[in-house]
Ligand binder design. Sequence first.
Ligand code: SF4
Ligand code: SF4
Length: 69
Amino acid sequence: MAHYKVFINKKLCKGCGICIEICPRNALRFNGINPETGYRNPEQVGECIGCRQCMWYCPDQAVVVVGEQ
Ligand code: SF4
Ligand code: SF4
């Protein structure tokens, strides 16, 4: 089983929540307010299957998914 890790660039994220809604595994959720930007930032809380939909649909290019195939 491949392991994937999701990184959110907190300087770019605007807290829209698209990545959270689109994830088929509910692997992301908001984790508080970023004091530097005032936006909510997602964090990875569940298993990621590496589909990269969160990365493609993020309007601010704030998501990077890394892992082995
Ligand atoms: S790559 Fe797919 S499974 Fe992983 S967090 Fe993003 S949307 Fe969810
Ligand atoms: S889709 Fe992008 S901008 Fe929106 S909450 Fe997710 S990481 Fe942040």
